[in-house]
Design a binder for this molecule. Sequence first.
Ligand SMILES: Nc1ncnc2c1ncn2[C@@H]1O[C@H](COP(=O)(O)OP(=O)(O)OP(=O)(O)O)[C@@H](O)[C@H]1O
Ligand SMILES: [Mg+2]
Length: 608
Amino acid sequence: MEKRVIELDTATISKIAAGEVIERPASVVKELIENSIDANSTQITINIQEGGKKAIEIIDNGVGIPHDDVILSLQRHTTSKIKTADDLFAIHTLGFRGEALSSIVSVAIVDIYTRTKEEELGTHVIIEGGTTTLEEQTSIPIGTRILVKNLFFNVPVRKKFLKTTATEVNHITEYVTKLALSHPQIAFSLKHNEKSIITVPKGDLLSQIATIFGNNIAKACFPVNNMEESYFLKGYITKPEYSRKSRDYIYIHINNRPITDKIITNAILKGYGTSMPDKRFPIVFLFINLPADEIDVNVHPTKREVRFNNETKIFRLVETGVRESLEKSGLKVFERVEHPHSQTQFIKTTPTSTERLETKPPISLKSGSVTSFEKSSFQLISKRDQPLQKYIHKETEKKSPIHPQTEERRTIRVLGIIKNTYIIAETQEGLLLCDQHAAHEKINYLKYLYQIENKKIAVQQLLAPVSIEIKPSEIELYNELKEKLKTFGFDVDIFGRREVVIRSIPSILGKTISVLAAKDVVDIFKNYATEIRAEIDLKDMSFIKEIISLFACKRSIKAGDRINLHQAESLIIQLLKQKDPYACPHGRPTLIILNAKYLEELFLRDYK
Ligand SMILES: Nc1ncnc2c1ncn2[C@@H]1O[C@H](COP(=O)(O)OP(=O)(O)OP(=O)(O)O)[C@@H](O)[C@H]1O
Ligand SMILES: [Mg+2]
């Protein structure tokens, strides 16, 4: 019988292994910089072409690789950083697996120039897809220069799935940012297509922050310091008013290794307590040092996550550190407490989706299914299958939507507004309840959607353009989104290395925009970049919903706003003219109708 199980050849094994370590150009940059850092370099230069897809060059002034080790260092599992498995539990270098170089050389065309200080001549090798095609000795400076060309030339599938140049540049810039922050003793220079993106001289953390993120953020930073036994926390944090709508400004380093970590992020947020508004994230630069045997860095192929021996201790270190530092800066921090869920509510209207409203049948008191109010959880019913548009005369509407003719007044009669939030109206079907804020938000959302769909977007030029600071890793992204954002009524421009300038906004959002709202808008652009880039159905775009709900607070009628009965009526009429009036853009109900039948059942009038 034919053998089905075969042993893979070395080249295939290397390509599979390389796939784990090298996902994209940014992973090559990360691995090579880490090697340069481990080699005690004080100057690292990174030059990339076409987002690293065409070429990546890293030049360092570190210790170099001795001639006899060069070819060996390109094999799998060859490293100078650990000797035995025991060393895995006390790692002091960024590298330890001995896999990066072998992975890179198996999926690209690589030139390595390297020389140690003991050597007069350096070594130059060329490796193409894992095969050494040249090895020579040459006169070069001490240190290492690695040139990676044509990444994934022999892995077409990978190449096909590479992201846009802008995305790759962003990722690369972000890595350089993180590594520059954790190694202020090293000068970094990053250029893309000959254009400088980051140039940071040697300095201290604060000067690196100022160079990379700008003086405003650096000035807003105040120190955080904490320790517990052999665990140390230091770094800088900023006040809640500098918070952003994304986590991208939370920088966490453990033993000088940039990582992402949920536990620490949660500890930071807990430290900020109620001073940090919901769904917002602070700008922080935190450095935690702990004994190397207290963490396991060998849990993720790209080493971006680590595991802690003592999670509670780390959490406490960060939470108290952040809180105390905020309090020292004069801020009163209250711990965030979860709101107790439903208290004594007799009637709960908690449909989370429009479907739920539709499917639940009215509860019949007579049937005995509800014995007491305490136990009951009434689902209020809306008769969505019979839309209310029929109550509105289209012609009279057009003439005067705010003062509909008596005919309509009779069919939709606003009875009042309770809690300055819920409009109560009578319709032929029964009792209509309307959440004024949700209703107005929905109307604005649909107007905006209509304008975008029909390419008739009304734009408001800002008298004074608003400028928002961004970080270098975001520049390419905003450059890329610029054109697309015009479709949505935003005219933005990139200024220098770290500013986005908003020149106009969709009129539906108002005549002006505060710096705070502009910051959020800029973050929303970033958070929804994939959607904005992709040609997806506008109705499915969370981006549009986010923009509308961001401005809903300012532009829409809010819960608690006093409106008169005419305005209430007009709101309901406008809403009912829409195709799907019953839910706000986020799926919360706007209208609930208690039909006559339901009211009868409620008052036990259906007994016969
Ligand atoms: N820029 C450099 N300067 C000096 N030595 C280097 C440099 N780059 C690589 N080396 C040497 O080559 C070896 C192999 O590098 P490689 O990146 O493949 O493995 P590593 O850094 O040991 O582990 P990891 O796979 O986790 O990165 C290193 O251990 C180091 O001795
Ligand atoms: Mg390495």
